[in-house]
Design a protein around this ligand. Sequence first.
Ligand SMILES: NC(=O)c1ccc[n+]([C@@H]2O[C@H](COP(=O)([O-])OP(=O)(O)OC[C@H]3O[C@@H](n4cnc5c(N)ncnc54)[C@H](O)[C@@H]3O)[C@@H](O)[C@H]2O)c1
Length: 356
Amino acid sequence: MEPIKIGIIGHGFMGHEHEKMLSDFPGIRLMGFSDRDPSQLADVRPGLKQYQSNEELINDPEVDVVLIAANNNQHRDLVVQAARAGKDIICEKPVAMRLQQLDEMEAVCRENNVRFTVHHQRRFDPDFRTAKAVYDSGTLGDVYTIKSSLYGFNGNMHDWHVFISEGGGMLYDWGVHLLDQILWMLPGVKLKTVYADIRNVINFEVDDYFKILMRFENGITAEVELGTYYLADKVQDKWFERHWFVGGNKGTAYVDGFEPVGKIVRTSHLLENVSGQRTMTAAGPTRSFGPAPDGTILTESLPAVDTCHENYFANYVRVWHGQEEFLVKIQETRRVLRLMDAVRESGRTGKSVDFE
Ligand SMILES: NC(=O)c1ccc[n+]([C@@H]2O[C@H](COP(=O)([O-])OP(=O)(O)OC[C@H]3O[C@@H](n4cnc5c(N)ncnc54)[C@H](O)[C@@H]3O)[C@@H](O)[C@H]2O)c1
C-alpha cells in the first residue's frame, strides 16, 4: 500500500520529535520540513526535503498531509492555508488559541473536504492509561475524586512560551493535555462547574501555575494542578513529578511517575463504623480512625498497560485506510478549548463557572 506522505511545518522541538518518530514509521513517508527560520532546517535528516517556504511544502503534489508544529499563534493561518490547498491536516495542540479560530479552521476544512485532527498523543501516556485502566475496571467502587498533578522544578518557562501573543503559558502548553486526559477519561459525563486558581508566580505575562477543580455530573470532582516553580535542591534527573490519585468508596489508587509505580489499596466491602482509637502525637493526644478489621485491606499491583505515543500515528494510518475513526475528534478539542475559557474566567473572577 502507498505510504501516507507527510510534510511538517516547524522544525523546532516538536518538529524534531516528529522527525524521530516518523522517519521510519510503518505506513508513513516523511517528506520534509519548512520553517520560517531557515537556520532551523540546517539539521534536517539527509534524504528529507528542506522546503524554501510553507507554500512550497503545502503545494508539493507529493504531500498528502500537512503536520503543523509551529508556535501556537500560527496554527489558525497554517491550517487555513493547508486546507485551501486541499491537504489533510494534523495540527499540534492546542488546536487554536480561541474558539473563534477553531470555527474558522473547521469551516475551511469542511469547505475543502479535508480531514483535520490534533496531535493529542498524551492520551497514550503510561501514567494516564494506568489511572484510566484502574478507573475503568470499577475496582475502586464509586469514585469521588481524581487528582492529576505535574510539578516542574525551579522554573521551566522559556522562549516564546513566556509571551501571550505567541500562545505562551502553561495552560496552553501542558494544561490542554491534562484537561483533555480528564475529559477523555470520563466520556459522556457532563462537567457541571469549574473553579480555577491561575497564577503568574515568576512570569510577568503568562500563567505558570494552575489548580483547576471540575465537578462532574456523576459525582466525581477532578483536580488538575500544575506548577513550574517548585524549588528543589537536588533535581538531577528528576525535573518533573507526575502523580495521579483516584479515590473511591472501595479503594484508592496511587499512580506516581511518567513510568508509573504505585498500588491499589482496596477493601472487599465498605468500611463502616471502624472505631476510633487514642493516638499520641507530638502535638498531644488525638483520636484517629481505627485500623480496619484484619483481612479487609488488600494491596494490589497497578494494572500493566500496553501503550506508547506511536499509537497516535498508528491510529492515523488505520483511519487513512478506512479501518477506524480518528482517536482525536475536533469536537473533543473544541470542548477542551471551551473548558480553558471557563478556567480563565474562573481564574479572573475567583468564582466557579457553570459549564454544561
Ligand atoms: N504534543 C506535544 O506533546 C507537544 C510538545 C511540545 C510542543 N508541542 C506543540 O508544538 C508546537 C511547536 O512547539 P515547539 O515546542 O516545537 O516550539 P519551537 O519553538 O521549538 O519550534 C517551533 C518552530 O516553528 C517555527 N515556526 C513558527 N512559526 C512558523 C511559521 N509561520 N511557519 C513556519 N515555521 C514556523 C519556528 O521557527 C520554530 O522552528 C506548539 O504548538 C506546541 O504547543 C506539542
